[in-house]
Design a protein around this ligand. Structure first.
Ligand code: PHE
Length: 324
């Protein structure tokens, strides 16, 4: 018992903090503590001895509890006093922010959602069928070339546009329908100021009984105005895509020149037939928006590579908290 007592006081000398003290308390008085264990083994002693040792042990226990209590107060007194009326610490770390592509893509999606488009998602790895064949892209079309598209060993490819989402959606939903998607597309392009092997598109389309070119023009004008303001100038230029007929490109007047921002058109009757929709009853429009293009025009960014290099000085300019 004497040794136990000496051991305790020896260790108490090394106690420098409240947590040291807690550890010491656990060692002697905790559930598996040295005193506790001995108290528990009292029951194995004959009654006479049990009474004597019981008293000695309990006295020691009380003594240690008191000493620990006193030591705790002493330690707490040493802590520097704190002033609870001081103002709190402001943000000492930076919060994250959305990437500008996500910001612009989100703005476009919101406009579409408000017009009743259902937002969906398609895979980045696509079949040749969905990416080309069912979109009426002929066997000989240059986009099918290995030089322009990124193929995988299993014959599938990284989608070259978001248009395969049209096929996926239209073959699983029946008209009238209206849907859109936002995602990455891949091309075997150079990486320079205006080209990137990965970029983002938003695909939107609608199929109904009386869809016409003017429905399409109206929707696209809403998107352009929502992003570039009521006063922005839009122009529709004839173009060609195998999956739309007629086809157009939309150009926006920006810093003294017309910039092509998206491709669109009336869904080709063959594409409708490919997904089991009767083109004599239904018609539709589709458009594919280049999100980087929109973001570049909106914010005056001259080099597409800025979007992927993640230079914090670039990204910081698009933080929501800087705008408020
Ligand atoms: N998929 C076309 C492209 O990537 C854009 C487009 C989409 C054109 C829908 C017409 C209709 O260039």
């Amino acid at each position: 018992m004497k040794e136990l007592r000496e051991e305790f006081y020896g260790k108490l000398k090394d106690v420098k903090s409240v947590s040291d003290l807690d550890r010491l308390k656990a060692e002697f008085l905790g559930k598996k503590g040295k005193i506790t264990a001995r108290l528990r083994s009292l029951k194995d002693l004959p009654p006479m001895e049990r009474r004597i040792w019981g008293k000695v042990l309990n006295d020691l226990k009380k003594e240690l509890e008191r000493v620990i209590r006193e030591k705790r107060e002493e330690l707490l007194d040493e802590l520097p006093s704190q002033d609870p009326t001081l103002p709190g610490t402001p943000w000492t770390y930076e919060v994250g922010a959305l990437h500008p592509i996500k910001v612009v893509g989100g703005e476009i999606l919101r406009v579409l959602e408000n017009m009743g488009f259902e937002i969906g998602e398609g895979p980045e790895v696509e079949t040749d069928e969905n990416n080309f064949t069912l979109l009426n892209i002929p066997e000989w079309h240059p986009a099918r070339d290995m030089q322009q598209s990124l193929y995988l060993d299993n014959g599938m490819l990284l989608r070259t546009h978001t248009s395969p989402f049209q096929i996926r959606y239209m073959s699983t939903h029946s008209p009238p329908l209206k849907a859109a998607t936002f995602g990455k597309v891949f091309r075997a392009d150079e990486f320079d100021a205006t080209h990137s092997p990965v970029f983002h598109q938003i695909e939107g389309f609608a199929v109904d009984r009386n869809i016409s070119l003017s429905s399409l023009k109206w929707v696209l004008e809403q998107i352009v105005k929502a992003l570039f303001g009521e006063g922005s100038k839009v122009k529709f230029v004839p173009s060609y895509f195998p999956f739309t007929e007629p086809s157009m490109e939309v150009a926006v007047w920006y810093r003294g020149e017309w910039l092509e921002m998206l491709g669109c058109g009336m869904i080709h009757p063959q594409v409708l037939r490919n997904v089991g929709i009767d083109p004599d009853v239904w018609s539709g429009y589709a458009f594919g928006i280049g999100v980087e293009r929109f973001a570049m025009v909106k914010y005056g960014i001259e080099d597409i590579r800025h979007f992927y290099e993640n230079d914090k000085r670039f990204l910081d300019q698009f933080r929501y908290d800087r705008w408020i």
